[in-house]
Design a protein around this ligand. Structure first.
Ligand code: URA
Length: 194
């Protein structure tokens, strides 16, 4: 297929982007996926959450963060007064990596143009990166989430707030350090919107 880097910049709206992604075969993840997961975009969303990659539930359901990580994320968002239904949610890659492994550099590079164009179309005020892969996309590889989470960075007309991936919060439990950091970082996001 023609590369996303060639197709995506010419697509002006969310439905055209989602339709083009549904046919994407730009990397080998297209061979093992069940469904492409373009993301959610309620028109007017002021915040975009960026995760890593669809997992099993998302691959089956075609929507982002609908499995265990998503349920935890929804709960944390509600705690700080953010309504998931009003937030845009995407991933750095749109297809599930086999066995939920981390996406390879080549897969991230192949998919990047979709996400970059999604950001243009959504024009969010705040981008929240969930985990290290999304942080690398937004602020460059080599930055450390443990040092940057909860801080606010200016980038191309929006701000970026890095935080942990909800799967880290699942691993360490509701009172573990990642869950507490996520809660605090999402509070920063809620305050930016007031
Ligand atoms: N983990 C992610 O990074 N994204 C999803 O959509 C689901 C789980």
């Amino acid at each position: 297929m023609t590369s996303p880097a060639v197709i995506a910049p010419g697509l002006a709206d969310w439905p055209s982007l989602a339709a083009a992604m549904a046919d994407c075969t730009a990397c080998p993840l297209s061979e093992s996926r069940q469904r492409v997961v373009p993301g959610d975009y309620p028109p007017g969303a002021r915040v975009l959450l960026v995760g890593e990659a669809p997992g099993r539930s998302e691959d089956e359901g075609g929507q982002p963060f609908i499995g265990r990580s998503g349920q935890l994320l929804d709960g944390l968002l509600a705690e700080v007064g953010l309504d998931r239904a009003q937030l845009a949610v995407c991933n750095t890659v749109k297809c599930r990596p086999p066995d939920n492994r981390t996406p390879k550099r080549s897969e991230l590079d192949a998919c990047r143009a979709w996400l970059d164009r999604q950001v243009d179309v959504i024009a969010p005020e705040v981008v929240v990166t969930l985990g290290g892969t999304a942080l690398g996309w937004a602020l460059g590889r080599g930055v450390r989430i443990g040092e940057l989470h909860g801080t606010v960075h200016r980038r191309d007309g929006h701000v970026v707030v890095p935080t942990y991936h909800p799967s880290a919060a699942l691993r360490f439990g509701p009172n573990g350090a990642p869950a507490q950091a996520l809660r605090a970082d999402l509070r920063v996001v809620a305050e930016l919107l007031t």
